[in-house]
Design a protein around this ligand. Sequence first.
Ligand code: C2E
Ligand code: CA
Ligand code: CA
Ligand code: CA
Length: 277
Amino acid sequence: QARRHRHSHERYVDGQDEQHLRQLMLIRDLQEAVDNGELWMAYQPKVDTTTGGVCQFEALMRWRHPTLGFVPPDEFIGLAERSGNIGLLSDWMLAHVCEQLYHWKRQGHHLSVAINLSASDVIDPGLPMHISELFESYDLTPDQLALEVTESAVMQDVEAATETLMALSQMGLKIAVDDYGTGYSSLAQIKRLPVDELKIDKSFVLKLDTQQEDLTIVRSTIEMGHHLGLKIVAEGVENSASAEILSQLRCDYLQGYWIAKPMPADAITGWLDEFKP
Ligand code: C2E
Ligand code: CA
Ligand code: CA
Ligand code: CA
């Protein structure tokens, strides 16, 4: 009995060591990932429920590690944030997305992309200037880039975040609160930020068609948000029943596997040509 106990304990510790080693490797290899072209962006469309057309794409980061294979962003983004390396990824991502928008424009597509900001990006007083320089270099207009920030990122330093977001908002960029409903902030708090959109977290949307509680939460969020002059996005729309419900509730924009999964950049123009509202 004691033997077995010790054995399982050792296995547990081994598992922890393995996990720890993987984390150290990932942090160590972030710079190489940027330098060696192991990162790319996937783009997922958002659809406007009043027109049925595509209004925007969200840019989502992807990493194929040379030995560990595909690493999910939920794993490496958090590690990069906690190890102080997220700036590396954000800088690469911003430049990469702006360059992509420039290529699309030369192909005749004036597209809009939303990017995800981390807490340290949103308190960086240099971010507005950095973005405005990128707009200059790649000949972009402010309607082509939007920002998604989580409540928790903003709440880490509300004052600094408000200042950065205010400057970006004045430049004409639209700002969405991501993962809305999973944090602790109230709509009253959010309304003091220069926010244009609420993005209802997918945990409330995934089973919207069968869960009465989720429906209640989503309905009241849409109503309250609209009263405050905010646009509402639902992420995680996986079936037509949920899409239908959200349209009836006057949700402004939909995003999810039912419309399309995140796609590599070179698939986007072809997908757009095929997509009929
Ligand atoms: P997020 O910003 O909340 O992104 C939504 C996630 O839901 C994405 O996962 C997306 O692929 C997934 N998703 C979209 N539609 C559906 C659906 O219908 N059903 C389900 N089950 N899932 C859906 P992904 O790409 O793995 O990204 C995870 C998180 O990593 C993102 O969550 C975001 O917080 C972070 N992230 C991704 N790229 C970046 C980035 O460039 N910068 C920063 N700071 N964070 C990023
Ligand atoms: Ca997002
Ligand atoms: Ca989200
Ligand atoms: Ca998230």
